[in-house]
Design a protein. Sequence first.
Length: 464
Amino acid sequence: MKELFRFVLIKSILASVFVLPFAASAADAVKLYERDEVIPTYKSGPPEPNPMFYFGRDSQGAEGRIYPYPLYDNLTHIQGGQSYHLIYLENEYVKIAIAPELGGRLFSALDKTDNYDYVYRQHVIKPELIGLLGAWISGGVEWNIPHHHRASTVLPVQYRIEENRDGSKTVWVGELEVRQRMCWVVGYTLQSGSSVLECSVRIVNRTPLPNSMLCFANVAVNANDNYQIIFPPDTQWVTYHAKNDFASWPVASGHYNGIDFGAGTDVSWYKNHQSSCSMFAWNYTDDFFAGYDHGKEAGTMSIADHHIVPGKKFWTWGNGPRGRLWDHILTDTDGPYIELMVGAYSDNQPDYSWLQPFEERSFTMNWYPFRDIGGMKSANLEATVNLEVTNGVAKFGFCTTKEFPRATVQLKAGGKILVEEKSPSVRPSPTRNRSPSPPAWTNTTCAPCSPWTDANLSPIRRCA
């Protein structure tokens, strides 16, 4: 099929970017600074004073045990200013804010090359009763360890700052989770000269008993009618919570978790979801997962080792009346969002793994912005690439995460080089017309591959 031909081409682009290493200058060093900022906040009252023992309450499909934590369900719905301590990591490409007082979440992430918030930035703190302890807020990147919408999701956690020998800087956040007495930490690391935010996760069972664990990073992004969820091209199916329902991807038909998608609906687009919906990718071969705003020509890329971090999920409230109601409940002016979640040691929720006594697990998750290439088909930590083939014309582009001097880019079909371009420097540039990254789309006729004849496509005619 032509789709497979496109996939072969796009893999060739990634494999054919030949580069030499680039050393960042001292002027491009990572900045780390701390600020106290006042953010409009809907106040919460004092927590429930009585101990909350377990009486069968459910939370996110699992037992909602919270003791010895109290229940934070006293929402006043009264707004006032509140000061929060934010820690910033910044280089020439991105600006990151971390909020230890809000569960250690990544509070904001800005692509400085086009002023795009590639993570949903809340301009108000507006809790609602969704989390394990009650109060929960939307936005940023929420760390769900060891349970989804964990107990301390909006409670203060500890933090520590490190300046590394290679010039990078790290902000560690973490806690002792008192329900299960396990420890977890996340280290946000930003390198000079790179748009990649690396998050190193460590989870330790410090007890003499086995403990259950779920670990999903909940990445919120702004959504609108131009927004598309992009699972890897190999993804043909998605499944619901507990894997109790399936639908084809990206075009779903029939009923899925009570939703009627009719004869066929492209469910990769936010605008086609009228109701709330979760979809987990049935994909165990790829490391990447993205979302892209085709109106703003900008997106968010997730990269993680799929052998350890197989989970790829999106969640939406939907853009129907009920979804619009939740927009008002959770924010004042920032509008709708969707969640692009990645899960370690699990591909579904609730699907727990186990940590044996004194066992420790470590892994990394990575995010970076990309833009101006009309979507994507493949990615790694160095670049995102896109390719569309229509009527024998290939339209392709790529966006890198750092500068590559003296780069050569090739577009191949099988072993044949269709296009070869050389550039003295490739970088994540804020200038659209700087070639080749990020480029305006590049068009090339796929001759001699067009018009998909046996002779022209040999030896991969069977793929056309």
